[in-house]
Design a binder for this molecule. Structure first.
Ligand code: CP
Ligand code: NVA
Length: 318
């Protein structure tokens, strides 16, 4: 099953593949906005496996698959036989067995889970493409949507600077991979003890990111300022400690002023206003978070099309 193409982390695709995806996202979004039907995936089935909660990822994949003419099936670990964290739930079917069965009844699988190793094991036993819908390590679909949103507002991201303020989490790791693939820079500022670990971020180089002790300096002059919750899903036991440790890592209006008037603000959502970002920033003029959320759907439709049909050119898809 080695020949199946999966999307497990950002660096699985090349810059040329992203250029194609962004172009297709633009075209697919245009069709949606014009109420034109585009059903290239009729009779195709997406299975979505959620071991963590979701609003955007579930909705954008399910609505997107339906808009492409296909159907989507939702499974969660509460009422399926799949529990990748066997220690918590005794009765779990193995990931390998689940992959064999699920991939014989579907055309593509999206998984949101804890360890990245789980989706790698699933993919190794899957006959169909597997998409990472968030793991502890990465959130590649989010960053495809974020970069598409940046391009819509500001043009190509090559050579630009993204400031990441806060936790060196799955979303941060994915920005760091994206910077290497697409050739832009990331300025990261985390509290002491939460620094980026290049190995965990899956980096093959460190030329595209720079660490800053002071979040204000990381944001200064950045084309995009972005952040995320202080405590990610699965780490709730650290909540109180993190609230204390991250108190000075809030994106506020002063930080956006340091970035400059042309700088955009993004957040993958859900947000905790008053913690990682001041309400006046996320609800202010520089914020593009609603476009960013909507673009999850358009970019994932392009991803589904690419994984199932290969490179579709605009002229062939009319
Ligand atoms: N940004 C994101 O993935 O949101 P959900 O957790 O709601 O899917
Ligand atoms: N870093 C967050 C992202 C949620 C979309 C988490 O993993 O919980």
């Amino acid at each position: 099953m080695d020949s199946v193409k999966h999307f497990l982390q950002f660096k699985d695709f090349t810059r040329a593949e992203y250029d194609h995806l962004f172009e297709r996202s633009r075209w697919i979004k245009g069709q949606f906005k014009a109420y034109r039907k585009y059903w290239p995936l009729s009779d195709r089935t997406l299975v979505m496996i959620f071991e963590k909660a979701s609003t955007r990822t579930r909705l954008s994949f399910e609505a997107g698959m339906q808009q492409l003419g296909g159907s989507a099936i939702y499974l969660n670990s509460r009422d399926s036989q799949l529990h990748s964290r066997d220690s918590q739930l005794q009765r779990g079917e193995s990931v390998e067995d689940a992959a064999q069965v699920i991939s014989r009844m579907s055309d593509v699988v999206m998984i949101r889970t804890f360890e990245q190793a789980m989706i790698e094991r699933f993919a190794a036993n899957s006959r169909v493409p597997v998409i990472n819908g968030l793991t502890n390590e990465y959130h590649p679909c989010q960053i495809v949507a974020d970069i598409f949103t940046f391009i819509e507002h500001r043009g190509p991201i090559q050579g630009k600077t993204v400031a990441w303020i806060g936790d060196s989490n799955n979303v941060c790791n994915t920005w760091l991979q994206a910077a290497e693939v697409l050739d832009f820079n990331v300025h990261v500022s985390t509290p002491p003890g939460y620094e980026v670990e290049p190995a965990r971020a899956g980096l093959y180089g460190t030329d595209h990111f720079e660490s800053y002790a002071d979040p204000m300096e990381a944001a200064r002059g950045a084309d995009l300022v972005t952040t995320d919750v202080w405590t990610s899903m699965g780490f709730e036991a650290e909540n109180d400690e993190r609230r204390r440790d991250f108190a000075d890592w809030q994106v506020d209006l002063d930080m956006m002023r340091a970035a400059g008037p042309e700088s955009l603000f993004m957040h993958c959502l859900p947000v905790h206003r008053g913690e990682e970002v001041e309400a006046a920033v996320i609800d202010g003029a520089q914020s593009v978070v609603w476009d960013e959320a909507e673009n999850r759907m358009h970019t994932q439709k392009a991803l589904l099309e690419y994984l199932l049909l290969g490179r579709v050119e605009a002229a062939a898809s009319k």
